[in-house]
Design a protein around this ligand. Structure first.
Ligand SMILES: O=c1ccn([C@@H]2O[C@H](COP(=O)(O)OP(=O)(O)O[C@H]3O[C@H](CO)[C@@H](O)[C@H](O)[C@H]3O)[C@@H](O)[C@H]2O)c(=O)[nH]1
Length: 464
């Protein structure tokens, strides 16, 4: 064992070209680097600039930028999912596949022991040839993997998956609460669509997992144990969990241009809203959301991308909105430092899309959580938080998918009203879970064990 502890690893990271994937891969890299191991982090050139500030161990973590080839149909210079609309991401997958030679050259030059990847299903093939162990690291919930991309889902090869087929849960799926409602199953139909050249999303992700040496998921046994066991059984291999892998909370949160403004409000009174790096609302839905915030009568900070067909958030504001909400509310169209905002004492509620990164950040905060999921995995994360853990509320949507200003304000008020039973219940449950997740050895315990497993994996290789 002592021999194993001293083994210094060299790990290559190759995440999907999206902020919601590269960021958690970098958090994981920081944790591994903190334990004395070397990381080569492969990413698009522009992303390097965006992520650099999150590299906490530059002596151990080296960025290796890729040139992203242009693919017809993508805007010139597009390198990550944030540069394009969701309808074009399948083309970005083609661009990723065309970096194969660059990636292989990096592996040959750097000779890592292990490579972590997610969407690049061809990595194990290269890795095997070069004697590198491959770990398919998933930065979405075990629930969203288990319901959509397991062999038991049995997606037809020759046609699109039907709504009826999507309504069926894969045989043996272990949860009856973390499920999609029948009007939501369409949010999974993308699994049988092309994602890359001549390959569907389903085939790509299942291949990525089948061919790996190990499957790993950014989750914990305490929250998704049964679902992780199901994944292991489905693919017949071990599933290593990293736990949530979040950076230390900021020591001095009051930074940034919005901080002085936030300082001026009562503790816990501010409602913050952000929907991650990808969602672009339709203008009408964007305006309805803003009008819902106007109704709650509380201070608010909204950070959303400008809605469709609008260059800025200003031009999409409802008539007279700015004059009516005055200093009480701000709407920003650019990137804000979400973790810092969530830890500001004035912020008491987080209205989120429940992307997996935001899900963890909301759980680690002291904020009440209101969820407005959009994509399939976000809906399942929402069910986990609302139905299983009972730490959050979900905004009611009509069957058309539309949510009204009334349903939004009702959900926010229910958790911000100090006497509301639901608000009291979710606050209490959230505090219990936060105590577990933030307890001193919880995350570090997961990481220590994980790194030990990585060393064992490489050692087995060396002995073989
Ligand atoms: O203005 C912003 C907006 C986001 N963030 C950060 O960006 C990350 C966003 O990640 P996440 O919450 O996972 O959202 P998306 O970027 O939307 O994530 C994509 O990737 C996730 C993980 O794969 C999936 O769960 C989502 O459905 C998918 O949209 C989080 O760390 C946020 O703190 C900011 O710092 N500032």
């Amino acid at each position: 064992m002592a021999e194993c502890k001293n083994l210094e690893l060299h790990i290559a990271m190759f995440p999907w070209f999206a902020v919601g994937h590269m960021t958690p891969f970098l958090h994981l890299s920081n944790e591994i680097a903190k334990r004395g191991h070397k990381i080569t982090f492969i990413l698009p050139k522009k992303a390097q600039i965006q992520l650099q500030h999150l590299n906490l161990h530059p002596n151990f973590i080296t960025f290796h930028p890729l040139t992203i080839p242009h693919v017809d149909g993508l805007p010139l210079g597009a390198e990550t999912a944030s540069d394009i609309s969701i309808s074009l991401v399948h083309l970005l997958a083609i661009a990723m596949d065309r970096t194969r030679e660059q990636v292989e050259n990096i592996f040959r030059a750097k000779t890592p022991d292990i490579v972590f990847y997610d969407n690049a299903h061809w990595i194990p093939e290269i890795a095997k040839q070069l004697g590198i162990k491959s770990i398919c690291y998933n930065v979405v919930s075990a629930a969203s993997l288990a319901i959509a991309v397991v062999p038991a889902r049995n997606v037809p090869k020759d046609r699109a998956i039907t709504k009826e087929e999507l309504k069926q849960l894969p045989v043996g799926y272990p949860s009856s609460t973390i499920v999609l409602r029948s009007h939501e199953v369409d949010s999974l139909s993308f699994i049988s669509l092309p994602f890359g050249d001549g390959i569907t999303f389903y085939d790509r992700v299942t291949t990525a997992m089948k061919e790996s040496d190990v499957i790993s998921i950014r989750t914990c046994q305490e929250m998704e144990g049964q679902l992780c066991d199901y994944m292991g059984n489905q693919f017949g291999k071990s599933v290593l969990l990293t736990g949530p892998v979040l950076p230390e909370p900021a020591k001095s949160p009051s930074k940034g241009m919005w901080a002085t403004w936030l300082d001026g409000f009562e503790p816990g009174s501010m409602v913050f809203c952000a929907f991650g790096s990808q969602i672009i609302l339709e203008k009408k839905q964007f305006q309805e959301l803003l009008l819902g915030f106007e109704l709650i009568g509380l201070p608010f900070l909204i950070a959303l991308k400008p809605p469709m067909e609008c260059a800025t958030v200003e031009e999409a504001l409802p008539n007279g909105f700015k004059e009516r909400v005055k200093e009480r509310g701000r709407v920003l169209g650019g990137w804000v430092e979400q973790p810092l905002i969530l830890s500001h004492p004035s912020v008491g509620c987080f209205v989120s899309h429940c992307g997996f990164g935001s899900m963890w950040e909301s759980l680690m905060s002291n904020c009440q959580i209101v969820l407005v999921p959009h994509l399939g995995d976000q809906i399942l994360n929402t069910r986990l938080l609302v139905e299983e853990m009972k730490v959050a509320v979900e905004v009611e949507r009509e069957d058309s998918g539309w949510f009204s200003r009334k349903s939004l304000s009702k959900a926010i008020k229910s958790v911000m009203d100090k006497d509301n039973e639901v608000g009291i219940m979710v606050k209490k449950n959230h505090a219990k879970w936060k105590d577990i997740l933030a307890s001193p050895n919880f995350m570090s315990g997961y990481m220590d064990k994980f790194v030990q497993n990585l060393q064992d994996l490489v050692l087995v290789n060396e002995k073989a």
